[in-house]
Design a protein around this ligand. Structure first.
Ligand SMILES: NC(=O)C1=CN([C@@H]2O[C@H](COP(=O)(O)OP(=O)(O)OC[C@H]3O[C@@H](n4cnc5c(N)ncnc54)[C@H](OP(=O)(O)O)[C@@H]3O)[C@@H](O)[C@H]2O)C=CC1
Ligand SMILES: O=C(O)C1=N[C@H](C(=O)O)C[C@H](O)C1
Length: 244
């Protein structure tokens, strides 16, 4: 039995994780954390933490996990490049599962996107569209970012120079290399992602729609159960699901 710390206990995902954890036989939620509490103290009674908060907590989370030599499951999105590097650096000393999306369906979408891009990536125009609830702060979503990274890896594009975040005004004709990324916000949408491959005379669209946060919460709990037995290293949900 491993003891779990849930950060962002009052958040949408924190609440889903705490609720879903009640059905876990191998994990027990012994600690929760929210703004204003001492993270070191909260983590001291736990073996592993699941983090769905904001990037503003990440530096402290890594510092405490490194001090206490505890594994992490990080689901928070919207990190800066510097923070992404910090997470990778910390994973040289502790096991970390870091995933922009813990659903089995989205991880299958990642795989499908890799395969489709190997076939279509040279000829088809590629765009990514995501939609989330009105409260989401970061854009594009972490999942959309990962989808674009896959397009870049498979079709020889560069995330920093070839991404086109939204379009406005006289943008000129679409260039062959650019990848449009579009973030829609509204209502209570849990999380929709579509990869569009468009060519003259035809179009392929790969879509995933999440309808419950429990999907992410159960995936994160599975990752927590898994990571407590792993050696030091940086992992994602593909590793947890055995898709590599
Ligand atoms: N990887 C995945 O599968 C998924 C990832 N996410 C990501 O998880 C994150 C959280 O999403 P969601 O639950 O909807 O967001 P919420 O805003 O509902 O919850 C965030 C929680 O974190 C707390 N928090 C914020 N900043 C700090 C801080 N500095 N220290 C301690 N606690 C803090 C908030 O407290 P307070 O309200 O008091 O500010 C709140 O309880 C987002 O980055 C989202 O993109 C979401 C779903 C799935
Ligand atoms: O903020 C959310 O809600 C979600 N965030 C994740 C992301 O940014 O990809 C995953 C999911 O789509 C829900």
């Amino acid at each position: 039995m491993a003891n779990l710390l849930v950060t962002g206990q009052s958040g949408r995902m924190g609440q889903a994780v705490i609720r879903c954890a009640q059905d876990e036989a191998e994990l027990t939620t012994t600690a929760t954390h929210d703004v204003g509490q001492d993270l070191g103290e909260s983590f001291s009674g736990a073996d592993v933490a699941i983090d769905f908060t904001l990037p503003s907590l990440t530096d402290e989370l890594l510092r405490v996990a490194l001090e206490q030599k505890k594994p992490l499951v990080i689901g928070t999105t919207g990190h800066s490049d510097a923070q992404r590097a910090l997470i990778a650096e910390a994973a040289k000393q502790i096991p970390i599962v870091w995933a922009p999306n813990f659903s089995v369906g989205v991880n299958t979408l990642f795989w499908l996107t890799q395969k489709a891009t190997q076939v279509l990536g040279d000829d088809f125009d590629m765009e990514v569209v995501e939609m989330h609830h009105r409260h989401k702060r970061d854009a594009p979503s972490g999942t959309a970012r990962r989808l674009v990274e896959i397009l870049c890896e498979e079709a020889d594009r560069d995330y920093d120079t070839d991404c086109r975040h939204g379009r406005e005004g006289d943008t000129g004709a679409r260039t062959k290399k650019e990848i449009g990324v579009h973030a829609l916000r509204g209502g209570d949408v849990v999380g929709d992602h579509t990869v569009v491959y468009a060519n003259d005379g035809e179009r392929v669209e790969l879509t995933h729609k999440a309808s419950s946060r429990d999907t992410f919460a159960k995936g994160a709990l599975r990752a927590a159960r898994w990571v407590v037995d792993q050696p030091v290293g940086l992992y994602d949900m593909q590793d947890v699901l055995g898709l590599r």
